[in-house]
Design a protein around this ligand. Structure first.
Ligand code: ADP
Ligand code: MG
Length: 332
């Protein structure tokens, strides 16, 4: 664990709510293609076009589609043009054809009619899959269902946080049905779904306005702004650099149990800082006046330089000792 912002320590002791991003944070972030259904074009062509469009994307969904193409022995062509639309998907030009790969919002933006896929989509989402639509020249060509495994210890971390008296929520750009299905598997009942990156910041702000002191845990570019907005931003160590730049605390080992360690450590560190301040204060409040000679006229007590030096050393020793005790878990 790396603490980049010491002010977050005090806030971490006052948390009321912990908000997790879904993809890449609660889940491993290595989704796999579990189903491909095509409507108006052959399967291999749809997969090749989708993979070509995703070639330059860094999104985990992109990697899963490229992997599926590779497994099918497809060598996707180079896109002539490529644009990533944050929180929605990608658009690319491939052999003169416009290929859009992404969620419902992206399809809406390109006025692609998706009713043909409705039934398949609902069924796959209820199983927790994320649906990726593939449109070619403004026409729906197929859907790719991807699913992602929960990160190890997720349930246990959620439960422990709740026992610590904290509310736990999932915040995701993914569809509501998918998000609720995944949340249910993880024991989370508080779900904020279909939030694009700006919505994510607004949601955090809204929670704060309601008086929540919020920790946000995320991994992606799409989480960076909300990590900054949160009272305590915690970035996954293997997340994107932008997320790590935005975080107050970084979980180097990418283990969600680090969230518990961070909150507990913050409490310990905060107590220690207060304890050290108290000791330093006591030394100064008693010894400075003595050194200044307030007891000299009535009692003849004067702080001799060698005792003053010893007191100085003692104060450092108490700080060091407290710190060591914290390390051994003796100061709580
Ligand atoms: P999350 O909040 O779950 O980490 P994002 O904000 O990154 O998700 O994206 C929100 C949604 O946008 C995804 O669930 C996916 O449907 C879609 N999306 C984003 N990028 C891509 C991409 N490169 N390819 C396909 N779909 C994408
Ligand atoms: Mg993510």
């Amino acid at each position: 664990m790396v603490i980049r912002n010491i002010e977050s320590i005090e806030k971490a002791t006052k948390l009321t709510m912990v908000v997790f991003d879904k993809t890449g944070t609660l889940t491993i972030g290595r989704p796999e293609v579990v189903e491909i259904i095509t409507y108006n074009l052959p399967r291999d062509e749809v997969l090749a076009l989708a993979a070509a469009a995703e070639k330059r994307s860094e999104h985990p969904i992109a990697r899963s589609i490229l992997e599926a193409a590779r497994k099918a022995g497809i060598e996707p062509p180079e896109p002539e043009d490529f644009t990533a639309i944050l929180g929605q998907g990608v658009v690319a030009i491939i052999s003169g054809r416009t290929v859009a790969v992404g969620n419902e919002k992206l399809m809406k933006g390109f006025e692609v009619n998706i009713v043909q896929a409705e039934k398949d989509v609902e069924k796959l989402r209820e199983m927790g899959s994320t649906i990726v639509y593939v449109a070619v020249d403004g026409k729906l060509a197929g859907i790719v269902a991807v699913a992602d495994k929960p990160r190890p210890h997720t349930r246990e971390v959620v439960e422990t946080l709740r026992r610590m008296g904290l509310r736990v929520a999932m915040l995701t750009g993914d569809n509501k049905v998918t998000a609720y299905a995944v949340a249910k598997q993880l024991g989370i009942d508080n779900v904020i779904a279909e939030a694009n990156p700006e919505d994510k910041v607004d949601k955090i702000r809204e929670l704060q306005r309601r008086g929540e002191v919020v920790a946000m845990i995320g991994d992606g570019i799409n989480d960076a702004a909300s990590l900054v907005q949160a009272d305590v931003g915690i970035a996954m160590g293997r997340g994107t650099d932008i997320a790590k730049e935005a975080g107050d605390i970084i979980l180097v080992r990418n283990d969600l149990r680090g969230v518990l360690v961070a909150i507990r450590a913050a409490k310990g560190i905060y107590k220690l800082i207060k304890l050290n301040l108290l000791w330093a204060f006591l030394y100064n409040v008693t010894l400075i006046p003595i050194a200044a000679g307030v007891l000299y006229t009535s009692y003849g007590i004067m702080l001799r330089p060698e005792f003053a030096a010893a007191a100085m050393a003692l104060s450092s020793i108490s700080v060091t000792l407290n710190t060591l005790l914290l390390g051994r878990g003796l100061v709580r």
